[in-house]
Design a protein around this ligand. Sequence first.
Ligand SMILES: Nc1ncnc2c1ncn2[C@@H]1O[C@H](COP(=O)(O)OP(=O)(O)OP(=O)(O)O)[C@@H](O)[C@H]1O
Length: 659
Amino acid sequence: METIDLKQTSDRESLLEERRKKLARWKLKKAQFDAQKEKALRNNIVTNSLEAKQPVEKFAVGQEQVKENLRKRKNELEKLDKRTSIKPSKKSKRSKRKEKISFEFDDNDEAEAASVFRLNEGFQKVPEYDDEKDPLDVFMTSLKTQEISSKTTSHNVGNILDVDDQMVELEGAEDENIGDTTDNFNISKIAKLKAKKRVKQINYSPEELERFQKNFYVESEAVSSMTDIEVEELRLSLDNINIKGTGCPKPVTKWSQLGLSTDIMTLITGKLHFDSLTPIQSQALPAIMSGRDVIGISKTGSGKTISYLLPLLRQVKAQRSLSKHETGPLGLILAPTRELALQIHEEVTKFTGTDASIRSVCCTGGSEMKKQITDLKRGAEIVVATPGRFIDILTLNDGKLLSTKRITFVIMDEADRLFDLGFEPQITQIMKTVRPDKQCVLFSATFPNKLRSFAVRVLRSPISITINSKGLVNENVKQKFKICHSDDEKFENLIQIAHGGNKFFDEGQTEIDGETSDLDETDAKAIIFVSSQQICDLISKKLTNAGIVAYAIHAGKPYQERLMNLEKFKREKNSILLCTEVLSRGLNVPEVSLVIIYNAVKTFAQYVHTTGRTARGSRSGTAITLLLNDELSGAYILTKAMRDDELKASDPLPSKRTS
Ligand SMILES: Nc1ncnc2c1ncn2[C@@H]1O[C@H](COP(=O)(O)OP(=O)(O)OP(=O)(O)O)[C@@H](O)[C@H]1O
């Protein structure tokens, strides 16, 4: 009996011992989990608080404060790590991956994160974000604050890149516009996936940086002699040019005041017949040519491309040629979509076609990667690229295919769109590989908050140039709308417009003057914008059934088909393009005289860009919105965008009816 009792006791003991061990293992795991979760939460708080939730405050705090906060956070985490004193157990790659997934935040985590943030003394308590403030104003004011507070600190790129590391982790999470359309959604998803590719950061030491010239601008006598009052008057007459930042050169009014080469002058005035400069060109060209970083905000179709292209070509020409072993580029132009990148590349080729010393390569997603690689290997002074493809190329062959060491000029075109599509992480990574003293310019039709936080990290003492900030819709675009009471009525109206008629406007409402005759006489193309791929396919079918040919493009179609349809649309007279909003920016087909917005756009910026596909250069055009009764946000955007006389002449908008 005794033996049995002893055996039972020892069994119980070993069972208890086993349980104790299990409990200890579980506790260890739990502590480890909590510590990592805490760490992840804190990271999230830092990035969110800096970047997404309270963008205005980030600037009030300034770079120094940000760095201080990060230091504090690091210390806190170190303390926390010591407290929990857990040695990371050896885990397989697979289990590590699993753990990472399990740390993803749910709604409760967000609330928890917010409360931790409130308790965290490391961060300043800051006022609520003021939606009424112009982000550009806030940005430029914040620069002044920084200038004062950072007299002792130079623009330390290394530290800024530390902050960038956090931003990369954020992976575009702050983008409120993502998902507006199926196309946008797909692109942003791809952008997020591609953001996982990492390029190696390059830390340039001052000694290894080859000197290069940025300032090429010599003010002509006529410009120098202008008094301050004359400059002010000129800026007012040039669509109310608004300048922020110090040391902006005076605007120019003639191409000859820019010191351009004879070849370029012949091309601009003799071949392209650009008799005068557009307002953005008048001000941005001297500013960029004098080596300054510039933010250019100007409506669509206002000639922004030339505003950065001419200074870029000047800078590239002045540099040492690429050696046999160097691939280049010297200048990098980033654009949000393939179509825009191709278009910019075409424009570059226009200006460099006969000049063998400047080769340019367009790198966008699609099937032609092999050719792009071959072209890059031969050397290219200018690369026009979409951010995702550029990262692909930078990471190829362990980063040996293309070197960024000689990039001295970076341009971000359609910057608002780049950010809408969630490309911030890629651009941030690309910037880490480029020398800190590069010249950097950013062009956009709008300047949303998310762009501001990026601009403050990347641009150095920029000049911001805003053209006609009050009315961003091109004044050559006649804006109209039609209230429809059902989808069928909407489609019926679309058919009537597509047939070139203007009967769809009831008596007493605005007429579409001249649309019919325009369509018959010359090449007057039309673009129909819809909000998703599905609607695009549906309307395409319905139009075909109604005997109307419309070339359809959306991100779900194969690249070759998109390209072919775009080509046909460009080539054929009076053709119609049916597309999703993904093409609403940057597409430059000068013959487009009519834009039909079939599904109400979601944001003002989107409206500005979409209507901007017509009235290119000095032409005029019409934008018609077909609005359903319940599309109130679309109606609100129209009240913001349309000029008073256009609004008075039109049908009352739904919002007004309900009030
Ligand atoms: N000074 C000028 N005079 C007349 N036409 C011009 C001038 N500058 C550019 N253009 C033409 O105007 C059109 C629009 O120019 P561009 O594409 O540069 O505009 P953008 O502001 O970049 O538009 P988006 O924002 O839509 O990309 C082009 O066809 C271009 O060739």
